[in-house]
Structures are given as structure tokens and as C-alpha cells.
Design a protein around this ligand. Sequence first.
Ligand SMILES: Nc1ncnc2c1ncn2[C@@H]1O[C@H](COP(=O)(O)OP(=O)(O)OP(=O)(O)O)[C@@H](O)[C@H]1O
Ligand SMILES: [Mg+2]
Length: 259
Amino acid sequence: MSKIIAVHSYKGGTGKTLLSVNLAATFAKSGRKVAVFDLDFRAPSLFAILKAQSEEFWLNDYLNNACEVDKVLVDLSNRLPGSGRFYAGLANPATEAIRDMSSKDRKWEMRALGRLLALRESLIRDQKFDYLLFDTSPGLQYSSINAIVSADFVVVATTGDRSDVDGTKRMLAELYNLFEKKTGLVLNKVLDPSVTAKKAEMQTKIKESYHVPMLGIVPCFCEILRAEGSLLFVQDKPDHPFTKILGEMARKIENNEVN
Ligand SMILES: Nc1ncnc2c1ncn2[C@@H]1O[C@H](COP(=O)(O)OP(=O)(O)OP(=O)(O)O)[C@@H](O)[C@H]1O
Ligand SMILES: [Mg+2]
């Protein structure tokens, strides 16, 4: 079963953060113990989306070997009803912290990879977390590659934008093939309703052109844009089609049906 899920993309703004947070919340709603991590250190956004703050230590500090992960996790379980547990590991949004993370060298990134890999032991084995979700920076920077390497399953979000399509294909062929990562593609912000309607046909098309299986198709929803990133969407709008689509994605990942 996939325990660590990274959400990545070639270009920015494809919906990684939206998908990470709402997939995590979907798992937590169904009773799972889940943590979502902001690995986008150049443009931290989970603190804003979740309206949460770290008390003392940020995810940056865990990667810097300055604390254990327990000191970083913010318990947001009270945001969701039911028995699930929902935690966040936040990236520090302070300008100094962003500059500091941008100047890390390769050696530091190697050690950071070790810290990420160690989460499997500390959180999944010892603290019985069911899922860890990694929200990443777009493109091929080290922090994203570290997230991909540590994950069991990678959700790649793409839009219909021409440069996004080409870049995503190249990235999947050159980088993901190298790591042999289990991957599922999400076609996000789809404007053409006929694309959404022809799911089976799209599944074949995506496999043929991207050489990875499709995890889901998400239309562009005005309600999401209108919420301006402030909604824990699957929680606040349980009957919305987006919530149903995310439920289907979570089920596919859980049952290992992405192939
Ligand atoms: N299916 C959708 N329908 C409507 N709006 C969407 C959809 N998916 C994402 N958005 C919106 O697009 C914007 C970018 O989404 P998000 O921040 O999740 O992307 P991202 O890939 O994390 O971006 P970045 O690369 O900058 O981190 C947000 O305003 C989000 O609400
Ligand atoms: Mg983001």
C-alpha cells in the first residue's frame, strides 16, 4: 500500500497544494491518521491555506536537524469531524527562512533526503500514521526530487496548457523513469466538459501520450477559484463534485488501483 504520497508537477499553479491538502483531508475524513507536509520552501502556502502556525519549530528545522518531527506537526484534527487525525508540517514563510532554504547546497539536500526518509520509521512505523502527503515545488529542484525519491506514489498534476503538457511528458520520461516511481496523472483545471465526460477514453489517451496511468480528471471549478485558497474544500463542501472526485482518487490509491 502507498503510505507516502508526493504531489508534484512540472509547472507552477497546476493545483498541487489544493490536491495535497484535500487528498489528506479525504483520507482523514475516512478515519485515517494523516499528515500533510509543505515541501515548497520557496513559496510556503500551507500555513495560509490551513490558517495554521507552528508554535516553535517548522519543517525547515526538522530538515536542518534542529528538532524531531513531533515538534513540527500541528494537530488540526478538530477541523474534521470523526475519528481521523489530521496534522500539518508547515514550511516557514519568513523571508529569511525562504532565502536560507534557497541557498542550500547539494550536501545539505542529501542530508535532508535522509531526514525525509526517516519519517517512514518515526511516523508510519512508530506513530502509526496511515498516510504522509508531500506538497512540493514545481519543476526539478532538489527539495522536489527528495520528495519524489521518498514517496511510494507520486501524483503528477498537469493542466491542458501546451508548455505544461510538453514539460510534463519530458519530466516523466527522463526523471520518473529513472526512479521507477509508481505515478498517477491528474489532469486538472479541465475546461472542456466533453473531456471530463469521456473518462475511459481519456484514460487510454493519457496512458498512450504520458506513459503513466491516469489518477483523475478535475474540471475547473469556479467555486474553488472563488474560495481563494481558503477552503478545506472536501470538508466544507461535502456534496460538491470536486469532493466526489477526490474521494475516488483516494479510493484508487488506497486500493492500489492506479495502473
Ligand atoms: N480544479 C480547479 N478549479 C479551479 N481552480 C483551481 C483548480 N485547481 C487549482 N485551482 C486554483 O489554482 C490556483 C493554483 O492552485 P495551487 O496553489 O493548488 O497550485 P500549485 O500547483 O500548488 O501552485 P504552486 O506551483 O505555485 O505551488 C489556486 O488559486 C487554486 O485554488
Ligand atoms: Mg503549491
